[in-house]
Design a protein around this ligand. Sequence first.
Ligand code: KG4
Ligand code: ZN
Length: 408
Amino acid sequence: MFPCALNGAARFWMKHCTSPRAFSTPRSRFVLGIETSCDETGAAVLDETGVIRGESLHSQKKTHLDTGGIIPTVAQRLHRENISRVVQEALDRSGIEPSELTAVATTVKPGLALSLGVGLDFSLKFVRLHEKPFIPIHHMEAHALTVKMLHPVDFPFLVLLVSGGHSLLALAKGIDEFLLLGQTLDVAAGDTLDKIARRLSLRNHPECSTLSGGQAIELLAKEGDRLAFHFKAPMGQLYDCNFSFAGLRNQVTMAINKKEREEGVEKGHLLSCVKDIAAASQHTVASHIAKRTHRAILFCKSKGLLPQHNPTLVVSGGVASNEYIRQTLKIVTDATGLHLLCPPTKFCTDNGVMIAWNGIERLKQRKGIMSYTEEVNYEPKAPLGLDITSEVKDATIKLPPLKLRINS
Ligand code: KG4
Ligand code: ZN
């Protein structure tokens, strides 16, 4: 099976910890992490060894599923309604008082402006009230480094982040040092799966009514024939590591329109071939992600950017919980001699834990720690690291043949 990254402390906590007081080590430092960049209100208190002392998460996913996508003002309202409770719950569960915290770390970039604003306002009031240092966090850096909370991974390592809002490949060289190798030129992988699922009306499928689009596609694809439809893999002639999913969505929409006409099915009703369309879409998304990742690995190897010993690919983001996509990536890492690390789903999606952990890492290295008196702004758009995507493109790396066939 897949290497689920979990170190001893995290595993022990998840299995046995019923009382947060059981861990009171008086001299440990504690960070409260707060996440509101998109549609999850998350908070967690971590100690510096990565043990989660208390956490809480409020997901808005159900509301956004009902409205067919995230409406920023609705997300903002829900964050406002839940943030105090979520933070208080995380603190209560940790048994740690605000006065005992070493610092507060909060996502300030990138994300939805209205959502980021709620977390930042709350945090600044909190740190001023309790006179605590403030650590602003880059959401994508936090995703990329969560794995280090669970498993010892040395820099540099390669990171693939695939979620509802992002699809990117980067080399992590340090806690605040990244090389951006590729990113999506249009929409993200998860957003594409969500839109395909919506167009297929999968919410009306009895097994999928509460699932996200990506989860619904994965479930139905298990019983579908991916060869029943052929969708062209995106960007086959471009030898870079960027992603593009808009063209795939168009192809799938056209196939659905055609089938609806043939079967006389009206919009909102389920086609007989939904499982096949799900399987073919998932396969095309998986192969596109795998091919770009394959090229990123070859680029890094050709430039000596990965260590000789135990070079690692870390995969994170909501889409990374897709078993078919993980298996496809495993074919690539096996062929290239990389170690594949996928944090458990709980840590792949947005949460307060990853923000608190990034705060701990920054605290340890004394990087980016601010006084509670300083002004901080949020930034809806914020690139991850140094953009070397054009250098990757100029290398025009052609991929050796590799069969990305999964027996599902
Ligand atoms: O990381 P995440 O929770 O939120 C952000 O986008 O930041 O990712 C959510 C995305 C959604 O687009 C959802 O459809 C997708 O991850 N997703 C999946 C699976 N589970 C969630 N995509 C494919 N397969 C899954 N099993
Ligand atoms: Zn995220």
